[in-house]
Design a protein around this ligand. Structure first.
Ligand SMILES: Nc1nc2c(ncn2[C@@H]2O[C@H](COP(=O)(O)OP(=O)(O)OP(=O)(O)O)[C@@H](O)[C@H]2O)c(=O)[nH]1
Ligand SMILES: [Mg+2]
Length: 180
């Protein structure tokens, strides 16, 4: 079985751990009143059955602290990731700058960026606003931006991540990694 490694990055307190724990089914009912900052890196693992794939996919979510004290480590992790989810606060008025910063820190251009294995979640608070949002940067404009929030259609969050996992798993399959 192949393993797909997805890095979750973004500023502190924006919901990375909440999304990671929900996706990997560590928690089904998040407690929003509690904020426990992640220390360094925490790896969560789950097996996902994805429609179009015959075998379940082993997914590792690398939930990385948003504390700036760990930023210098991000570049070292980039080579080990197959995909990246940039989680930004829904209130972030500087989305383009935030995404650009994390993209440059964690996305290995050759390995991950080249294949478009990067997505952005503009996460919480409260109900997602209807209008579409884009990253206003030539290089990053193709990164899809999803407005997410646990209170509204949290299942959609798992679907979005599954789509990314599916894309990566199919690429690995094509490269024959399934049969190693
Ligand atoms: N109301 C609401 N609260 C949320 C949502 N997602 C996360 N939170 C809360 O926001 C706070 C921060 O969430 P975390 O998931 O710990 O944030 P993080 O990005 O992992 O933060 P660091 O580990 O410090 O980088 C916690 O109190 C969560 O319960 C959401 O969709 N809605
Ligand atoms: Mg965290």
């Amino acid at each position: 079985m192949s393993t797909v490694r997805i890095g979750f990055v973004g500023p502190a307190n924006c919901g990375k751990t909440t999304i990671a724990e929900f996706y990997t089914e560590v928690t089904t009912e998040p407690n929003f009143s509690e904020y426990r900052p992640t220390q360094g890196l925490r790896i969560l693992e789950t097996g996902r059955k994805i429609h179009s794939l015959d075998n379940p996919v082993q997914v590792q979510v690398w939930d990385i602290s948003g504390d700036i004290q760990y930023e210098s480590y991000l570049t070292r992790l980039s080579m080990q990731l197959d995909g990246v989810v940039i989680v930004c606060p829904g209130t972030d008025l500087r989305l383009t700058q935030t995404c650009k910063k994390y993209y440059q820190l964690i996305v290995d251009e050759e390995r991950v960026g080249k294949y478009g294995h990067v997505i952005c979640m503009l996460h919480k608070p409260v109900a997602p606003v209807a209008e579409d949002v884009y990253i206003e940067d030539k290089q990053l404009a193709s990164i899809p931006v999803y407005r997410t929030c646990m209170e509204v259609e949290s299942a959609q969050i798992s679907e979005i991540i599954d789509q990314l996992v599916e894309k990566i798993a199919k690429k690995q399959q094509n490269e024959g990694e399934f049969f190693e």
